[in-house]
Design a protein around this ligand. Structure first.
Ligand code: NAD
Length: 492
């Protein structure tokens, strides 16, 4: 192994860095080069047991007794530390998963605000006083749900952990974080910052590892009260089964096949810009991209040709190069999946306008050409299944009703975009779309205080906003008889 590798060969359990007991140390590959750049500890099932025990001890210990104000102060410090370390975090993220450095810098610059927002909510947790009857005093309290198993994907490692960790800390939960096996590094860095911010030992434990062993063990563990998961819906379905052992609380953020609709009355220049960006940003590896582009017949040819032409100007390169607009696929398995779908699209009769192949001139990196398929119908697999590569399928429609019907004809329901200058149409269509977020004349506008999550197989519960805090609470109702006479209270 090379001397200049970044080494993260210990797990973070109970506030200490410990060697895996039944896990191992593995190589982490930089997808821009296809070469090893770091080493990471993977947890085995015994390591997961240790982490769950530490999280339970911390939950019953000082953390449970800490006030919301104290947790709020810790979250604010964590936001400050995160901001101070943003540059380094962005470089690590881009090395680990191939996100262009300009995107990781821009994304990470907004992350501290999430910690500050949940810091504010931590200091403002309250229940309700239910004024039912003068003979009883009824009130609700919000209690942390307990130990949360957090299982996250490789496409946005820091963001997906943060979207769970910040509200869980605000609510007073403790957590066992299992980042994706392909991108284990940045969660370790986050654990360091959290400890520096004053998060007590055992509140945050970081145990990367394989989904089938470490992940499944965490899901089935009786010492875990809730699973908060981001990843594929098929994995969520497995988790739902495994988590049934003690009816764990569940939150899922899963995939999308999001409709991006361009009406004939759209500002075409802006719509085409957004459609190009939302097709190829992050090399197609975001749940929220507009991979199903629905275009009105009167502007169809213009839109297809323009996106195809702009796709050839996208600057593709090493994720750490600041001029790179599109990096590689994050790992070899994802590369192979995308290449399979390029064949599927060709074979099922879609018209390949541009792209359609791996870029072989860029060494061992996992690069694919931005790809536009036209004449796509909504029954084709490339229109129904999540590819997660830089591939957009363009579907033609004639009427507003048809656009809505095609948009909703999918198992998914994460996000949608629509471009129109008719305000009535904007509201009418937004109301009919079955998705957790609808953008009108913009795309991928995500903020800490806007709830995010999916309809149908795209998710369960919401993240961000005050709605993102709710799933980390149990609600307790307390009813106190004020009469001193049980019979009187019962008689109501
Ligand atoms: P994945 O489901 O394969 O893996 C996600 C995580 O689950 C990993 O940590 C993995 O180790 C773990 N895992 C796998 N099998 C498991 C099991 N049986 N039990 C417990 N854990 C298990 O997903 P991925 O390929 O890493 O990520 C891509 C997917 O994530 C896409 O579908 C994408 O749309 C989705 N995603 C959704 C959002 C969102 O906010 N909705 C955000 C990012 C990614």
């Amino acid at each position: 192994m090379s001397e200049d590798l970044l080494r993260h060969e210990k797990l973070f359990i109970g506030g200490e860095w410990v060697a895996p007991t039944d896990g191992e140390v593995v190589a982490s590959i930089n997808p821009s080069t296809g070469k090893e750049w770091a080493t990471a500890a993977y947890a085995g099932t015994a390591d997961i047991d240790r982490a769950v025990t530490a999280a339970n001890e911390a939950f019953r210990g000082p953390w449970r007794k800490m006030s919301g104000t104290d947790r709020s102060n810790i979250l604010r410090r964590l936001g400050d530390l995160y901001a101070a370390n943003a540059g380094r975090l962005a470089e690590l993220e881009s090395s680990d998963n191939g996100m262009p450095i300009r995107d990781s810098r821009a994304g990470i610059a907004g992350h501290p605000q999430y910690y500050y927002y949940y810091s504010g909510l931590a200091a403002n947790i309250s229940g309700r006083n239910i004024q039912l009857d003068p003979s009883v005093h009824v009130y609700t309290t919000r209690e942390p749900v307990g130990v949360v198993g957090m299982i996250t994907p490789w496409n946005a490692p820091l963001q997906t952990v943060m979207w769970k960790m910040a509200p869980a800390l605000a609510a007073g939960c403790t957590m066992v974080i299992k980042p994706a096996e392909q991108t284990p590094i940045t969660a370790f860095e986050l654990a360091k910052l959290a400890a520096e911010a004053g998060v007590p030992p055992g509140v945050i434990n970081v145990v990367p590892g394989l989904g089938s062993t470490a992940g499944a063990h965490l899901v089935g563990h009786l010492g875990v009260n809730k699973i908060s998961f981001t990843g594929e819906h098929r994995t969520a379905m497995e988790i739902m089964k495994g988590a049934s052992v003690n009816l764990k609380r569940l939150s899922f953020e899963t995939g999308g096949k999001s409709p991006h609709i361009i009406f004939d009355d759209a500002d075409l220049e802006q719509a085409i810009n957004a459609a190009t960006h939302s097709a190829f940003a992050l090399c197609g590896q975001s749940c929220a991209l507009g991979s199903r582009l629905l275009v009105h017949e009167s502007v169809y040819d213009k839109v297809v040709n323009e996106i195809a032409s702009r796709s050839t100007r996208v600057r593709i390169g090493n994720a750490l190069d600041p001029s790179t607009q599109m990096g590689p696929q994050a790992h070899d398995e994802q590369l192979q999946k995308t290449l399979r779908y390029l064949d599927i699209g060709r074979n099922e009769g879609a018209r390949l306008v541009v792209g359609g192949e791996r870029i072989n001139s860029m060494g061992d990196g996992y690069f694919v050409k931005p790809t536009v398929f036209a004449d796509v119908t909504n029954s084709m697999r490339i229109a129904r299944e999540e590819i997660f590569g830089p591939v957009v399928g363009v579907i033609k429609f004639k009427t507003e009703e048809e656009a809505v019907a095609i948009a909703n004809d999918t198992e998914y329901g994460l996000v949608a975009g629509l471009w129109t200058q008719n305000v009535g149409r904007a509201h009418r269509v937004a109301a009919q779309i079955q998705a957790g977020m609808v953008w009108v004349n913009t795309y991928r506008y995500l903020r800490y205080n806007i709830p995010y999550g999916g309809y149908k197989i795209s998710g369960l519960n919401r993240e961000n906003g005050s709605e993102g805090l709710e799933p980390y609470f149990e609600t307790k109702s307390t009813i106190i008889n004020l009469t001193g006479n049980y019979a009187d209270a019962y008689a109501q």
